[in-house]
Design a protein around this ligand. Structure first.
Ligand SMILES: [Zn+2]
Length: 277
């Protein structure tokens, strides 16, 4: 069934665990991700990213999300990931996403606040929750690309926008890392957790190291975004052997994605969630 993420992230915030956010890009990936959630009887956040539009557009992603999400026998949150255009984010709110991210983190503080506030007002009237980003999580790289979120700015941002959850930058980055496991700034995370009273989100979870991610979940991160590792698991499954049929290949890819999803549920200690359906 499709649900809002509000009560789930609040539960994680109170108890020190995180929900995995898995991006999907086709029917194979979404089926594998839901299968993992059903196997463990835990809620799932399924996300489509605006930047994946060239591969799969919003309408198609929404159709897949609604179809597979409503028939799943666990709670499914359907999330718009990195909505950059406010018009697209509003369309996502109107079309059935239960949660949206407005990403104006590359703009200056005031513009990030005003863009986010506008989306929060629009979405809340329609019962949809909003995630925004403060500080910027970069791509593929080294520490220089990720500027740590400042505590005062985060506090001010949360108060001024009324946003439901906030993505913070503590040293992860999108994509794969060139130089091994990143070093995360846990001190900063703890300061943020103390000063900001809404759930915090970590982007760029892929290949960030299981110990790092578990600790981040324990210290205040309530949602960890995973995409690259899942796409790579699917790709590697297609490379390790030759398959007799297309069906065999698709099955192997689903299995690789499902196994990895289950692994991340374990890392984030999502089984601390209590209200099972
Ligand atoms: Zn992200």
């Amino acid at each position: 069934m499709l649900v809002s993420s509000k009560i789930y992230l609040k539960d994680a915030y109170k108890k020190g665990y995180a929900f995995p956010h898995f991006n999907y890009w086709d029917s194979n990936s979404i089926r594998a991700e839901i299968a993992a959630a059903e196997e463990l009887n835990l809620p799932i956040i399924l996300a489509w990213a605006e930047k994946h539009s060239p591969e799969i557009g919003m309408d198609d992603a929404l159709a897949l999300g609604k179809y597979f999400g409503s028939k799943a026998n666990v709670p499914v949150m359907l999330h718009l990931d990195h909505g950059v255009s406010p018009d697209l984010v509003k369309k996502a709110v109107d079309s059935g996403f239960t949660s949206v991210m407005i990403d104006a983190s590359d703009k200056d503080f005031e513009e990030n606040v005003s863009t986010t506030k506008d989306i929060v007002e629009y979405a809340h009237k329609r019962g949809v929750v909003v995630e925004a980003e403060i500080g910027h999580v970069g791509t593929n790289s080294t520490e220089d690309n990720s500027k740590y979120t400042e505590v005062d700015a985060a506090e001010k941002f949360a108060t001024e926008t009324g946003v439901d959850s906030m993505a913070v930058s503590i040293g992860t980055s999108h994509g794969t890392y060139k130089t091994g496991t990143p070093k995360l700034n846990f001190d900063r995370l703890q300061e943020l957790r103390k000063s900001v009273d809404i759930p915090l989100v970590l982007h760029g979870g892929s290949s960030s190291g299981d110990d790092n991610l578990r600790k981040a979940a324990e210290l205040g991160i309530t949602k960890v975004n995973i995409y690259t590792d899942l796409a790579n698991a699917s790709l590697h499954a297609s490379e390790v052997q030759k398959y007799d049929t297309e069906m065999d290949l698709a099955f192997a890819q689903r299995k690789a994605i499902k196994d990895l999803c289950e692994h991340y549920y374990d890392v984030f200690e999502t089984n601390k969630y209590e209200y099972r359906v």
